[in-house]
Design a protein around this ligand. Structure first.
Ligand SMILES: [Zn+2]
Length: 243
């Protein structure tokens, strides 16, 4: 199992801001914390650099200075990121050489980004064994929004969940299936999905959330609705005014 590179949202935004800013390459480092066998990137660091459209050059002394500056933070400066601007997120020969060099005395994680929101991560370990592991799963960690409690309150107030008593599998010819399933759209026996007897659209009707509108609008309410929805009152998606 490969370790996951979990980039915290603030660090990702910072990197993508610099990546999207220019048609030149840009690169930097970042702080990594080791959490439960994964890498959590908590910050991105920009160093003085000279870039072209295809290369990015850093001074060794600037890298050392950054390591000193960040010596006391929670985590280690073991992440190297760079931009491929609009090119594919892949490793060039220079990139793999750079990663080999950075990871020579420990480990180093690298992620390459482009302006199409693509990214690719790899790591090199030099000590105590030598390994280059490519295509590490890479995730952006979203912060918990301060309004989550309010969203929960709205959900509790407005949403009623009902479990349908009959499932579409009843249409299955074999009927060798269990009479009920524990939850809607989940825990389905794989046999159900594998069965060719279940037509594609029947599967779909299980998973699809169908919008059902009940009740009717008066002509006056319909006119107001049409007006608010900025549509011609004659357009009516569900028959006559949802009637
Ligand atoms: Zn590159």
């Amino acid at each position: 199992m490969k370790p996951i590179v979990k980039i915290e949202h603030n660090a990702y935004q910072k990197v993508m801001h610099w990546v999207n800013k220019s048609d030149f390459e840009v690169s930097g480092f970042g702080i990594i914390k080791e959490v439960k066998g994964n890498f959590v990137v908590t910050d991105a660091i920009l160093l003085e650099q000279t870039n072209t459209t295809v290369t990015t050059e850093l001074e060794a002394s600037d890298i050392l200075k950054a390591m000193r500056d960040y010596a006391n933070v929670d985590g280690k400066m073991r992440w190297w990121w760079h931009s491929h601007v609009k090119m594919e997120a892949f490793w060039s020969g220079t990139d793999t050489d750079t990663i080999e060099g950075l990871g020579e005395h420990g480990y180093f994680v690298a992620t390459v980004f482009n302006q199409h929101q693509k990214m690719r991560s790899a790591m090199r370990v030099g000590v105590p064994f030598n390994a280059f592991i490519d295509d590490l799963p890479t995730e952006i960690v979203m912060p918990v929004h301060p309004d989550v409690a309010e969203w929960d309150r709205l959900y509790a107030e407005k949403v009623t969940n009902e479990t349908p008593s009959q499932y579409v599998y009843n249409a299955h010819k074999g009927t060798g299936l269990k009479p009920s399933y524990p939850s809607y759209g989940r825990d389905w026996n794989d046999d159900v999905w594998d069965s060719e007897d279940i037509a594609e659209e029947q599967r779909f009707s299980v998973l699809e959330t169908k919008l059902e509108v009940s009740g009717e609008l008066s002509d006056k309410e319909w006119a107001e609705y049409s007006d608010l929805a900025n549509m011609d009152g004659s357009y009516n998606p569900n028959g006559a005014k949802w009637k």
